[in-house]
Design a protein around this ligand. Structure first.
Ligand code: NDP
Length: 249
């Protein structure tokens, strides 16, 4: 497959790093975005340097995926610097958990903005160009909890479930233009996001996973590489659940 320009939003996070590595392994020029703060810049640069020592050359850009104008500026800058985006992985996400009686409107909005509106922001900005060039791949990272719901995560589950409708809709719009759009719904993966869960709760979660363990970031990354491959052009509008058998739909 010829070298493509691949963008992974939140690409320096727990899953994002593995996705970047998998795309580098595919031979692509990989861009990871990180949240534009001094703290995150330092963190992202550290990750970039450690990847570089193991032979992975990723390019960093700051990006707040909730800011449509910022996304426009990012896409336009990147296109000037490197060329048009061929592969987009909408991976950035946050949680702000609380049961509905204690969930504040700002917790709701932040999660919807970061996990769902971001997918619109970035997809809208790359989709037309992909269609015009006759090739593109978009992968939206949803969640097991978007499929089944989760106590204390009404905001997150709603945002992640919203991704399915969005994915299926623009998959139809891109289908005859060589652009595929798919979702991946990871279950519990061994990342800092999941390690924040109290140990007792995490152990009971693991007990409920039929394969008896957390997933590894590489097990999600390989699915991203698969769905974005040249040879995956007949796969569009689907959701790939990768959860160790925890939820079989
Ligand atoms: P991380 O928190 O490690 O990574 C999330 C990334 O999103 C971070 O790099 C973060 O950037 C970035 N991000 C957050 N807010 C913004 C924003 N406003 N603009 C730009 N970037 C932002 O989580 P994971 O790697 O674990 O999760 C990656 C994706 O996978 C998420 O969408 C998550 O919901 C989903 N997922 C994860 C599961 C898991 O088990 N880990 C299970 C199911 C789904 P920064 O660090 O710079 O702030």
């Amino acid at each position: 497959m010829s070298q493509k320009i691949a963008v992974v939003t939140g690409g320096t996070g727990g899953l994002g790093i593995s996705m970047c590595q998998a795309m580098c392994d595919q031979g692509h020029k990989v861009i990871a975005t990180y949240y534009p703060s001094d703290e995150m810049k330092a963190y992202a640069e550290d990750k970039q340097a450690s990847l570089q020592t193991s032979g992975y050359d990723i390019t960093l850009y700051p990006l707040d995926v909730t800011d449509f104008a910022g996304c426009q500026a990012f896409v336009s800058q990147l296109e000037t610097d490197l060329g048009p985006i061929d592969i987009l992985v909408n991976n950035a996400g946050i949680t702000r958990d609380a049961p509905i009686k204690r969930m504040e409107a700002d917790q709701w909005q932040a999660v919807i903005d970061t996990n769902l509106s971001s997918v619109f922001n970035m997809s809208k900005l790359v989709f037309e160009g992909m269609c015009e060039r006759g090739w593109g791949r978009i992968v939206n990272i949803s969640s097991l909890n978007g499929e089944k719901g989760q106590f204390g995560q009404a905001n997150y589950a709603a945002a992640k479930a919203g991704i399915y409708g969005f994915t299926r809709s623009i998959a139809q719009e891109g289908a005859r233009k060589g652009v595929t759009v798919n979702a991946i719904s990871p279950g519990y993966i061994d990342t800092p996001m999941v390690r924040q869960v109290p140990e007792k709760v995490l152990n009971s979660i693991i007990e409920g996973i039929p394969v008896g363990r957390l997933g590894q970031p590489e097990e999600i990354a390989r699915a991203v590489a698969f769905l974005t491959d040249e040879a995956s052009g007949f796969i569009t509008g689907t959701n790939l659940s990768i959860n160790g058998g925890q939820y079989m739909s």
